[in-house]
Design a protein around this ligand. Structure first.
Ligand code: URP
Ligand code: ZN
Ligand code: ZN
Length: 491
Protein backbone atom coordinates (compact mmCIF):
# COMPACT_ATOMS: atom_id res chain seq x y z
CA UNK A 1 0.00 0.00 0.00
CA UNK A 2 1.24 3.45 -0.94
CA UNK A 3 0.04 7.01 -0.52
CA UNK A 4 -1.61 8.57 -3.55
CA UNK A 5 -1.62 12.37 -3.69
CA UNK A 6 -4.60 12.91 -5.95
CA UNK A 7 -6.08 15.79 -7.95
CA UNK A 8 -3.42 18.35 -7.13
CA UNK A 9 -1.27 20.60 -9.31
CA UNK A 10 2.36 19.56 -9.16
CA UNK A 11 4.85 22.41 -9.16
CA UNK A 12 8.47 21.78 -10.05
CA UNK A 13 11.19 24.19 -11.10
CA UNK A 14 10.20 23.64 -14.72
CA UNK A 15 6.47 22.85 -14.80
CA UNK A 16 3.07 23.26 -13.23
CA UNK A 17 0.87 20.31 -14.20
CA UNK A 18 -2.23 18.56 -12.94
CA UNK A 19 -1.02 15.13 -11.87
CA UNK A 20 -1.35 12.42 -9.26
CA UNK A 21 1.75 11.32 -7.38
CA UNK A 22 2.15 7.85 -5.89
CA UNK A 23 4.55 7.26 -3.03
CA UNK A 24 5.61 3.76 -2.09
CA UNK A 25 7.87 3.36 0.88
CA UNK A 26 10.05 6.46 1.04
CA UNK A 27 10.12 7.37 -2.64
CA UNK A 28 7.97 8.63 -5.47
CA UNK A 29 7.16 5.73 -7.80
CA UNK A 30 4.54 7.05 -10.25
CA UNK A 31 3.44 10.42 -11.56
CA UNK A 32 0.50 10.58 -13.95
CA UNK A 33 -3.09 11.46 -14.67
CA UNK A 34 -5.91 9.57 -12.91
CA UNK A 35 -3.69 7.00 -11.21
CA UNK A 36 -5.63 4.04 -9.80
CA UNK A 37 -6.22 4.50 -6.09
CA UNK A 38 -7.04 0.88 -5.29
CA UNK A 39 -5.13 -0.32 -2.28
CA UNK A 40 -3.62 3.08 -1.51
CA UNK A 41 -4.25 5.73 1.10
CA UNK A 42 -5.49 8.80 -0.78
CA UNK A 43 -4.56 12.38 0.08
CA UNK A 44 -7.00 14.61 -1.77
CA UNK A 45 -5.12 17.62 -3.12
CA UNK A 46 -8.01 19.25 -4.98
CA UNK A 47 -7.46 22.98 -5.21
CA UNK A 48 -3.98 22.56 -3.76
CA UNK A 49 -0.44 22.56 -5.07
CA UNK A 50 1.99 19.73 -4.47
CA UNK A 51 5.59 20.85 -4.26
CA UNK A 52 8.92 19.39 -3.10
CA UNK A 53 9.82 19.94 0.53
CA UNK A 54 11.71 23.15 1.12
CA UNK A 55 15.47 23.03 1.69
CA UNK A 56 17.08 25.70 3.83
CA UNK A 57 20.82 25.54 3.23
CA UNK A 58 21.74 28.18 5.81
CA UNK A 59 20.79 27.60 9.44
CA UNK A 60 22.49 27.87 12.83
CA UNK A 61 20.82 25.60 15.36
CA UNK A 62 22.32 25.60 18.84
CA UNK A 63 25.19 27.83 17.68
CA UNK A 64 27.59 29.23 20.30
CA UNK A 65 27.67 32.94 19.52
CA UNK A 66 28.25 36.19 21.37
CA UNK A 67 28.35 34.70 24.88
CA UNK A 68 25.30 32.50 24.47
CA UNK A 69 23.78 29.88 22.15
CA UNK A 70 21.13 30.26 19.48
CA UNK A 71 17.81 29.07 20.87
CA UNK A 72 16.46 26.52 18.48
CA UNK A 73 18.07 23.13 18.76
CA UNK A 74 17.70 20.40 16.16
CA UNK A 75 14.56 19.03 17.79
CA UNK A 76 12.53 22.22 18.13
CA UNK A 77 14.05 23.88 15.06
CA UNK A 78 13.24 20.86 12.90
CA UNK A 79 9.60 20.84 13.94
CA UNK A 80 9.29 24.57 13.29
CA UNK A 81 10.89 24.11 9.88
CA UNK A 82 8.41 21.38 8.96
CA UNK A 83 5.41 23.50 9.99
CA UNK A 84 6.69 26.01 7.43
CA UNK A 85 7.12 23.43 4.66
CA UNK A 86 10.89 22.89 5.01
CA UNK A 87 11.88 19.22 5.16
CA UNK A 88 15.66 19.53 4.98
CA UNK A 89 18.29 21.99 6.11
CA UNK A 90 22.05 22.26 6.15
CA UNK A 91 23.64 23.55 9.34
CA UNK A 92 27.11 24.94 9.91
CA UNK A 93 29.54 22.87 11.96
CA UNK A 94 32.10 25.21 13.53
CA UNK A 95 35.66 23.96 13.85
CA UNK A 96 36.75 24.60 17.46
CA UNK A 97 39.86 26.81 17.58
CA UNK A 98 42.82 24.48 18.14
CA UNK A 99 40.69 21.46 17.28
CA UNK A 100 40.14 19.48 14.12
CA UNK A 101 37.30 19.55 11.61
CA UNK A 102 36.22 16.16 12.92
CA UNK A 103 36.14 17.53 16.47
CA UNK A 104 33.56 20.03 15.25
CA UNK A 105 31.70 17.34 13.37
CA UNK A 106 31.47 15.15 16.46
CA UNK A 107 29.91 18.04 18.40
CA UNK A 108 27.33 18.75 15.68
CA UNK A 109 26.47 15.07 15.21
CA UNK A 110 25.52 15.00 18.86
CA UNK A 111 23.55 18.22 18.62
CA UNK A 112 21.59 16.74 15.71
CA UNK A 113 19.92 14.06 17.84
CA UNK A 114 17.01 13.57 17.84
CA UNK A 115 16.51 14.80 14.28
CA UNK A 116 12.95 15.37 13.10
CA UNK A 117 13.69 16.32 9.47
CA UNK A 118 16.58 15.47 7.16
CA UNK A 119 19.74 17.49 7.49
CA UNK A 120 23.28 17.96 6.23
CA UNK A 121 26.37 19.81 7.40
CA UNK A 122 28.72 22.44 6.01
CA UNK A 123 32.09 22.74 7.71
CA UNK A 124 33.11 26.21 8.88
CA UNK A 125 36.89 26.44 9.05
CA UNK A 126 38.18 28.80 11.71
CA UNK A 127 41.76 27.59 12.15
CA UNK A 128 43.41 26.26 8.97
CA UNK A 129 46.60 24.63 10.25
CA UNK A 130 48.53 22.25 7.97
CA UNK A 131 46.99 19.14 9.48
CA UNK A 132 43.53 20.67 9.09
CA UNK A 133 44.27 21.30 5.43
CA UNK A 134 45.13 17.62 5.09
CA UNK A 135 41.86 16.70 6.75
CA UNK A 136 39.68 18.48 4.18
CA UNK A 137 39.45 15.71 1.52
CA UNK A 138 38.19 13.19 4.07
CA UNK A 139 35.06 15.28 4.54
CA UNK A 140 33.88 14.33 1.07
CA UNK A 141 33.85 10.66 2.09
CA UNK A 142 31.52 11.66 4.92
CA UNK A 143 29.09 13.44 2.60
CA UNK A 144 30.24 16.95 3.48
CA UNK A 145 31.15 18.81 0.31
CA UNK A 146 31.02 22.44 1.37
CA UNK A 147 33.45 24.55 3.41
CA UNK A 148 32.47 27.84 4.96
CA UNK A 149 34.85 30.69 5.72
CA UNK A 150 34.03 33.88 7.55
CA UNK A 151 35.60 37.09 6.21
CA UNK A 152 34.09 38.87 9.24
CA UNK A 153 33.84 38.47 13.04
CA UNK A 154 37.46 39.40 13.71
CA UNK A 155 39.09 37.50 16.57
CA UNK A 156 36.19 35.04 16.60
CA UNK A 157 35.52 33.23 13.32
CA UNK A 158 37.31 35.46 10.77
CA UNK A 159 40.02 34.01 8.51
CA UNK A 160 42.56 35.99 6.52
CA UNK A 161 42.95 36.07 2.74
CA UNK A 162 45.76 33.51 2.74
CA UNK A 163 43.53 31.03 4.50
CA UNK A 164 40.62 31.71 2.19
CA UNK A 165 42.74 31.37 -0.91
CA UNK A 166 44.37 28.12 0.27
CA UNK A 167 41.02 26.65 1.27
CA UNK A 168 39.68 27.44 -2.19
CA UNK A 169 42.61 25.72 -3.86
CA UNK A 170 42.11 22.63 -1.73
CA UNK A 171 38.34 22.63 -2.23
CA UNK A 172 38.73 22.91 -6.01
CA UNK A 173 41.06 19.90 -6.05
CA UNK A 174 38.42 17.83 -4.27
CA UNK A 175 35.20 18.83 -6.02
CA UNK A 176 34.06 20.89 -3.04
CA UNK A 177 32.51 24.35 -2.89
CA UNK A 178 33.53 27.25 -0.67
CA UNK A 179 30.91 29.43 0.98
CA UNK A 180 31.79 32.83 2.40
CA UNK A 181 30.30 35.30 4.83
CA UNK A 182 31.50 38.33 2.88
CA UNK A 183 32.11 41.43 4.97
CA UNK A 184 35.47 43.09 5.56
CA UNK A 185 35.92 42.24 9.24
CA UNK A 186 39.07 44.33 9.62
CA UNK A 187 37.22 47.49 8.61
CA UNK A 188 34.24 46.62 10.81
CA UNK A 189 36.65 46.16 13.72
CA UNK A 190 37.79 49.78 13.23
CA UNK A 191 34.32 51.26 12.76
CA UNK A 192 32.62 49.58 15.74
CA UNK A 193 34.79 50.89 18.59
CA UNK A 194 34.75 54.38 17.08
CA UNK A 195 30.93 54.39 17.09
CA UNK A 196 30.78 53.08 20.65
CA UNK A 197 33.35 55.64 21.82
CA UNK A 198 31.18 58.37 20.28
CA UNK A 199 28.23 57.17 22.38
CA UNK A 200 26.49 55.60 19.39
CA UNK A 201 25.53 52.41 21.18
CA UNK A 202 21.89 51.82 20.16
CA UNK A 203 21.04 48.81 18.00
CA UNK A 204 20.61 50.96 14.88
CA UNK A 205 24.34 51.77 14.87
CA UNK A 206 25.06 48.13 14.10
CA UNK A 207 24.16 49.03 10.49
CA UNK A 208 26.70 51.88 10.43
CA UNK A 209 29.40 49.55 11.71
CA UNK A 210 28.83 47.26 8.70
CA UNK A 211 28.06 49.49 5.71
CA UNK A 212 27.22 47.94 2.33
CA UNK A 213 30.64 48.94 0.98
CA UNK A 214 32.40 46.41 3.22
CA UNK A 215 30.04 43.68 2.00
CA UNK A 216 30.65 44.65 -1.63
CA UNK A 217 34.42 44.77 -1.15
CA UNK A 218 34.62 41.37 0.53
CA UNK A 219 32.29 39.80 -2.03
CA UNK A 220 34.48 41.11 -4.82
CA UNK A 221 37.60 39.75 -3.11
CA UNK A 222 36.09 36.28 -2.80
CA UNK A 223 34.77 36.37 -6.37
CA UNK A 224 38.24 37.24 -7.69
CA UNK A 225 39.78 34.36 -5.71
CA UNK A 226 37.17 32.02 -7.13
CA UNK A 227 38.12 33.13 -10.62
CA UNK A 228 41.82 32.60 -9.88
CA UNK A 229 41.44 29.18 -8.25
CA UNK A 230 38.49 27.85 -10.27
CA UNK A 231 36.84 26.94 -6.97
CA UNK A 232 33.03 27.16 -7.00
CA UNK A 233 32.01 29.95 -4.66
CA UNK A 234 28.67 30.51 -2.94
CA UNK A 235 28.26 33.86 -1.20
CA UNK A 236 25.84 33.55 1.72
CA UNK A 237 23.30 36.12 2.93
CA UNK A 238 23.80 38.81 0.27
CA UNK A 239 21.97 42.03 1.13
CA UNK A 240 22.86 44.97 -1.09
CA UNK A 241 23.59 46.44 -4.49
CA UNK A 242 27.36 46.57 -3.90
CA UNK A 243 27.68 42.81 -3.37
CA UNK A 244 25.15 41.90 -6.07
CA UNK A 245 27.15 44.00 -8.54
CA UNK A 246 30.34 42.16 -7.56
CA UNK A 247 28.67 38.79 -8.05
CA UNK A 248 27.17 39.85 -11.36
CA UNK A 249 30.59 40.98 -12.62
CA UNK A 250 32.12 37.65 -11.67
CA UNK A 251 29.37 35.70 -13.40
CA UNK A 252 29.75 37.87 -16.51
CA UNK A 253 33.43 36.91 -16.55
CA UNK A 254 32.51 33.24 -16.39
CA UNK A 255 33.70 32.65 -12.84
CA UNK A 256 31.98 29.78 -10.99
CA UNK A 257 30.25 32.08 -8.51
CA UNK A 258 26.75 31.90 -7.03
CA UNK A 259 24.85 33.54 -4.22
CA UNK A 260 21.91 33.47 -1.89
CA UNK A 261 19.92 36.05 -0.07
CA UNK A 262 17.72 35.46 2.96
CA UNK A 263 14.06 36.17 3.45
CA UNK A 264 14.64 39.04 5.90
CA UNK A 265 16.70 41.03 3.40
CA UNK A 266 13.64 41.49 1.14
CA UNK A 267 11.43 42.78 3.91
CA UNK A 268 13.14 44.57 6.80
CA UNK A 269 14.81 47.99 6.87
CA UNK A 270 17.07 49.97 9.16
CA UNK A 271 14.52 52.78 9.45
CA UNK A 272 11.45 50.65 10.22
CA UNK A 273 13.03 47.86 12.24
CA UNK A 274 16.62 48.32 13.42
CA UNK A 275 15.92 51.91 14.50
CA UNK A 276 12.86 51.04 16.57
CA UNK A 277 12.82 52.93 19.89
CA UNK A 278 14.53 51.68 23.00
CA UNK A 279 16.14 48.31 22.64
CA UNK A 280 13.50 46.81 20.30
CA UNK A 281 15.83 47.20 17.31
CA UNK A 282 18.04 44.46 18.76
CA UNK A 283 15.54 41.87 17.52
CA UNK A 284 16.65 42.76 14.01
CA UNK A 285 20.42 42.76 14.54
CA UNK A 286 22.08 40.33 12.17
CA UNK A 287 25.19 40.46 10.02
CA UNK A 288 25.28 41.71 7.37
CA UNK A 289 22.62 44.15 8.53
CA UNK A 290 19.16 44.57 7.07
CA UNK A 291 19.28 47.46 4.57
CA UNK A 292 16.84 49.69 2.63
CA UNK A 293 13.84 49.39 0.30
CA UNK A 294 16.22 50.17 -2.55
CA UNK A 295 18.24 47.06 -1.69
CA UNK A 296 15.04 45.01 -1.48
CA UNK A 297 14.32 45.94 -5.10
CA UNK A 298 17.89 45.05 -6.11
CA UNK A 299 17.50 41.61 -4.50
CA UNK A 300 14.14 40.91 -6.16
CA UNK A 301 15.72 41.78 -9.49
CA UNK A 302 18.69 39.48 -8.72
CA UNK A 303 16.47 36.48 -7.94
CA UNK A 304 14.46 37.19 -11.07
CA UNK A 305 17.39 37.50 -13.45
CA UNK A 306 19.32 34.53 -12.03
CA UNK A 307 22.18 36.44 -10.40
CA UNK A 308 21.03 34.86 -7.12
CA UNK A 309 20.10 31.18 -7.11
CA UNK A 310 18.77 30.51 -3.61
CA UNK A 311 16.67 32.04 -0.83
CA UNK A 312 17.54 30.75 2.64
CA UNK A 313 17.09 32.08 6.19
CA UNK A 314 20.37 32.23 8.15
CA UNK A 315 18.06 31.17 10.99
CA UNK A 316 19.87 31.98 14.25
CA UNK A 317 17.44 33.06 16.93
CA UNK A 318 18.04 34.45 20.40
CA UNK A 319 15.66 35.48 23.14
CA UNK A 320 14.73 39.14 23.03
CA UNK A 321 14.63 39.26 26.82
CA UNK A 322 16.42 36.32 28.38
CA UNK A 323 18.97 36.36 31.12
CA UNK A 324 16.88 34.88 33.92
CA UNK A 325 18.99 32.77 36.25
CA UNK A 326 22.66 32.46 37.14
CA UNK A 327 23.68 31.54 33.62
CA UNK A 328 27.36 32.36 33.88
CA UNK A 329 27.95 30.18 36.91
CA UNK A 330 25.87 27.47 35.39
CA UNK A 331 27.73 27.63 32.12
CA UNK A 332 31.05 27.20 33.89
CA UNK A 333 29.71 24.39 36.06
CA UNK A 334 28.33 22.55 33.08
CA UNK A 335 31.35 22.94 30.88
CA UNK A 336 29.71 25.40 28.54
CA UNK A 337 26.61 24.13 27.12
CA UNK A 338 23.78 21.73 27.82
CA UNK A 339 21.21 24.49 28.01
CA UNK A 340 18.24 22.26 27.36
CA UNK A 341 18.94 20.11 30.42
CA UNK A 342 19.31 23.15 32.60
CA UNK A 343 16.11 24.65 31.28
CA UNK A 344 14.30 21.37 31.89
CA UNK A 345 15.48 21.40 35.52
CA UNK A 346 14.47 25.00 36.06
CA UNK A 347 11.65 26.14 33.75
CA UNK A 348 11.99 29.74 34.88
CA UNK A 349 15.50 29.81 33.46
CA UNK A 350 16.19 31.22 30.02
CA UNK A 351 19.57 31.34 28.40
CA UNK A 352 20.80 34.89 27.72
CA UNK A 353 19.81 36.57 24.49
CA UNK A 354 19.70 39.98 22.87
CA UNK A 355 19.84 41.78 26.22
CA UNK A 356 23.56 41.00 26.37
CA UNK A 357 23.98 44.04 24.14
CA UNK A 358 21.97 46.56 26.16
CA UNK A 359 24.10 49.70 26.14
CA UNK A 360 26.45 48.41 23.42
CA UNK A 361 25.16 47.21 20.05
CA UNK A 362 28.44 45.34 19.44
CA UNK A 363 27.50 42.85 22.17
CA UNK A 364 24.07 41.97 20.77
CA UNK A 365 24.09 38.33 19.60
CA UNK A 366 23.76 38.44 15.82
CA UNK A 367 20.88 36.68 14.15
CA UNK A 368 17.12 36.28 13.93
CA UNK A 369 14.44 33.63 13.43
CA UNK A 370 13.05 32.71 9.99
CA UNK A 371 13.24 28.96 9.40
CA UNK A 372 9.47 28.48 9.77
CA UNK A 373 8.46 31.65 7.94
CA UNK A 374 10.59 31.53 4.80
CA UNK A 375 8.28 29.80 2.37
CA UNK A 376 4.99 31.49 3.29
CA UNK A 377 6.60 34.92 3.37
CA UNK A 378 8.32 34.50 0.00
CA UNK A 379 5.17 33.02 -1.53
CA UNK A 380 3.17 36.03 -0.35
CA UNK A 381 5.65 38.74 -1.28
CA UNK A 382 7.08 36.98 -4.34
CA UNK A 383 4.47 34.81 -6.02
CA UNK A 384 1.28 36.62 -5.00
CA UNK A 385 2.70 39.93 -6.23
CA UNK A 386 3.84 38.46 -9.56
CA UNK A 387 7.52 39.08 -8.86
CA UNK A 388 8.35 35.40 -9.31
CA UNK A 389 6.40 32.46 -10.74
CA UNK A 390 5.41 29.44 -8.65
CA UNK A 391 8.09 27.44 -10.51
CA UNK A 392 10.76 30.01 -9.72
CA UNK A 393 9.61 29.85 -6.09
CA UNK A 394 10.22 26.09 -6.09
CA UNK A 395 13.54 26.57 -7.84
CA UNK A 396 14.79 29.11 -5.28
CA UNK A 397 13.54 27.30 -2.18
CA UNK A 398 13.88 23.62 -3.11
CA UNK A 399 15.49 22.67 -6.42
CA UNK A 400 18.51 24.94 -6.68
CA UNK A 401 19.52 24.21 -3.08
CA UNK A 402 19.43 20.49 -3.91
CA UNK A 403 21.41 20.93 -7.13
CA UNK A 404 24.06 23.33 -5.88
CA UNK A 405 24.65 21.34 -2.70
CA UNK A 406 24.90 17.90 -4.33
CA UNK A 407 21.57 16.25 -3.43
CA UNK A 408 19.66 16.38 -6.68
CA UNK A 409 17.47 14.60 -7.80
CA UNK A 410 17.15 12.69 -4.54
CA UNK A 411 15.97 15.94 -2.98
CA UNK A 412 14.47 19.16 -4.33
CA UNK A 413 12.06 17.90 -6.96
CA UNK A 414 9.04 15.72 -7.65
CA UNK A 415 10.29 12.94 -9.90
CA UNK A 416 10.16 9.17 -10.04
CA UNK A 417 12.84 7.86 -7.71
CA UNK A 418 13.12 11.03 -5.64
CA UNK A 419 12.60 11.02 -1.88
CA UNK A 420 8.92 11.66 -1.16
CA UNK A 421 9.51 14.95 0.65
CA UNK A 422 6.24 16.60 -0.27
CA UNK A 423 4.31 19.69 0.71
CA UNK A 424 0.61 20.08 0.08
CA UNK A 425 0.31 23.83 -0.33
CA UNK A 426 -2.97 25.69 -0.08
CA UNK A 427 -2.56 28.87 -2.13
CA UNK A 428 -5.72 30.36 -0.63
CA UNK A 429 -5.08 29.71 3.04
CA UNK A 430 -4.69 32.93 5.00
CA UNK A 431 -2.64 33.29 8.13
CA UNK A 432 -1.26 36.11 10.24
CA UNK A 433 2.32 35.46 11.31
CA UNK A 434 2.79 35.79 15.05
CA UNK A 435 4.94 34.75 17.95
CA UNK A 436 1.68 33.47 19.46
CA UNK A 437 1.38 30.71 16.89
CA UNK A 438 4.87 30.03 15.53
CA UNK A 439 6.80 26.92 16.58
CA UNK A 440 10.27 28.46 16.79
CA UNK A 441 11.74 28.80 20.27
CA UNK A 442 11.86 32.56 20.16
CA UNK A 443 9.88 35.22 22.01
CA UNK A 444 9.36 37.41 18.93
CA UNK A 445 8.79 37.08 15.22
CA UNK A 446 10.33 39.58 12.80
CA UNK A 447 7.23 39.35 10.55
CA UNK A 448 4.78 39.83 13.44
CA UNK A 449 1.35 40.78 12.08
CA UNK A 450 2.20 40.04 8.44
CA UNK A 451 -0.81 38.58 6.62
CA UNK A 452 0.23 35.74 4.34
CA UNK A 453 -1.88 33.93 1.75
CA UNK A 454 -0.57 30.51 0.79
CA UNK A 455 0.98 28.04 3.20
CA UNK A 456 1.57 24.33 3.77
CA UNK A 457 -1.35 22.29 5.02
CA UNK A 458 0.34 18.88 5.00
CA UNK A 459 4.02 18.03 4.99
CA UNK A 460 5.64 14.65 4.32
CA UNK A 461 9.22 13.45 4.66
CA UNK A 462 10.21 10.33 2.73
CA UNK A 463 6.55 9.28 2.66
CA UNK A 464 5.94 9.84 6.37
CA UNK A 465 3.53 12.53 7.47
CA UNK A 466 5.13 15.20 9.62
CA UNK A 467 2.48 17.89 9.72
CA UNK A 468 -1.25 18.09 9.10
CA UNK A 469 -2.75 21.49 9.85
CA UNK A 470 -1.43 22.44 13.26
CA UNK A 471 -0.75 18.86 14.38
CA UNK A 472 2.68 17.22 14.52
CA UNK A 473 2.76 13.60 13.31
CA UNK A 474 6.50 12.95 12.96
CA UNK A 475 8.11 9.96 14.60
CA UNK A 476 10.69 11.15 17.12
CA UNK A 477 14.20 10.88 15.68
CA UNK A 478 13.16 9.94 12.13
CA UNK A 479 15.21 12.71 10.47
CA UNK A 480 18.34 11.46 8.73
CA UNK A 481 21.73 12.85 7.78
CA UNK A 482 21.89 13.29 4.00
CA UNK A 483 25.35 12.68 2.53
CA UNK A 484 26.06 14.95 -0.45
CA UNK A 485 28.08 14.35 -3.60
CA UNK A 486 31.05 16.43 -4.77
CA UNK A 487 31.39 18.18 -8.16
CA UNK A 488 27.89 19.62 -7.91
CA UNK A 489 26.89 21.88 -10.80
CA UNK A 490 27.49 25.61 -10.83
CA UNK A 491 24.17 27.25 -11.77
O1 URP B 1 23.78 37.54 12.12
C1 URP B 1 24.02 36.42 11.70
N1 URP B 1 24.06 36.26 10.42
N2 URP B 1 24.23 35.42 12.57
C2 URP B 1 24.58 34.09 12.27
C3 URP B 1 26.02 33.91 11.90
C4 URP B 1 26.27 34.32 10.48
O2 URP B 1 27.02 35.25 10.24
O3 URP B 1 25.74 33.71 9.57
ZN1 ZN C 1 27.24 34.98 8.25
ZN1 ZN D 1 24.77 32.28 8.93
Amino acid sequence: MGILFKNGTVITASDMVKADVLVEGEIITHIGRDLNATGHEVVDCSGKYLMPGGIDVHTHLDLPFGGTYSNDDFDVGHKAAAFGGTTMHIDFVIQPIGGSLHDGLAIWRKKAQPAQIDYGFHLAITDLRDEVMDEIPSLVDEGITTLKLFMAYKNVYQVNDTTLFKAMQKAAQNGMMVMVHAENGDVEAELTPALVAAGKTDPKYHAQSRPPEIEGEATNRAVVMSGLTGCPLYVVHMTCEQSIDALRRGRAQGYPVMGETCVQYFHLTVDDHLAQPGFAGSKFVCSPPIRSTHDHAVLWQAVRDGTLQVVSTDHCDFWYEGGVGPWKEWEQAHNGGDWATFEAQDPSYRRPGKELGKGNFAKIPNGMPGLEDRMMVIWTSGVNTGRISPSRFVELNCTNPAKIFGMYPRKGTIAIGSDADLVVWDPNKEHTISVETHHMRCDYNVYEGMAVTGMPVQVYQRGNKLVDGDQWYGKNGAGKFVPRTPYAPVL
